[in-house]
Write a protein that binds this ligand. Structure first.
Ligand code: ADP
Length: 228
């Protein structure tokens, strides 16, 4: 579960990025966070990952109170969250398989688990045939699928997809969101940050609109069946 209680955040240069945000996202939800550039979306993501701490108010993520969390506990918190970035951030010298396995190796996951889990998540994102390929041999959409498989490797409670469709063709963007929806149906909470209004209109669901550091809208809307 995620909860923001009266959260404000001010950068050290004095910019008020978030003002008194109240927000709750339950386990198993899918929420879009939308808003124009500068609205505060990235700041919300940084708070969730505890890259920064709230200037005032409380943030709770997956059972951790981020105001009270000890530094030594932060890696543990982050292991409950899988993150997908706009620019994929794959390791070019590693195959698809190794890109995914790598995140499990660095946390010393048992080898048996890695041998089972990695093919499972690669299969889940539809890339079984590409497991031995390198990122440069894949399309943007496929690379983002690898990034998603990597985010899922450790079976996180929450996936944060930060503008995941920003660098891929519009048609493939729908596939990425469909995949996130499917992952969500299996129980993982998903937060997708995007400024692509067409996608959000198409899929519908819970939309949280940030405007100038505040929540301008937070409600569930119906989807439309029309792809642009
Ligand atoms: P978004 O992700 O919606 O584009 P951000 O969370 O990045 O918005 O930014 C919110 C506000 O905080 C903006 O006014 C932005 O200029 C400012 N901001 C973002 N990052 C920094 C930073 N590292 N230092 C100072 N101000 C920042």
């Amino acid at each position: 579960m995620i909860e923001f209680k009266d959260v404000s955040f001010t950068y050290s240069n004095g910019v008020d990025a978030l003002n008194n945000i109240n927000l709750r996202i339950n386990d198993g939800e899918f929420a879009f966070i939308v808003g124009n550039s500068g609205a505060g979306k990235s700041t919300v993501v940084k708070l969730l990952l505890r890259e920064v701490a709230a200037t005032s108010g409380c943030v709770y993520v997956n059972g951790y109170n981020l105001k009270k969390i000890r530094k030594s506990q932060v890696p543990k918190l982050r292991r409950t969250i899988g993150v997908v970035f706009q620019d994929f951030r794959l390791i070019p010298s590693m195959t698809v398989y190794d890109n995914v396995a790598f995140v499990l190796r660095v946390i010393d996951a048992p080898r048996r688990y890695i041998r089972k889990r990695v093919p499972y998540v690669i299969n889940l994102v539809g890339l079984r045939e590409k497991a031995r390929s390198y990122p440069s041999e894949l399309s943007g959409g496929e690379q983002q699928r690898v990034a998603l498989a990597r985010a899922l490797a450790n079976d996180p409670a929450l996936i944060i997809a930060d503008e995941p469709t920003g660098n891929i063709d519009p048609e493939l963007s729908y596939e990425i969101v469909e995949l996130l929806k499917e992952i969500n149906r299996c129980g993982t909470t998903v937060i997708m940050v995007t400024h692509e209004h067409e996608l959000v209109r198409y899929f519908g669901g819970r939309i949280i609109n940030l405007t100038a550091g505040g929540i301008a809208f937070d409600d569930v809307i119906g989807g439309s069946d029309e792809r642009k």
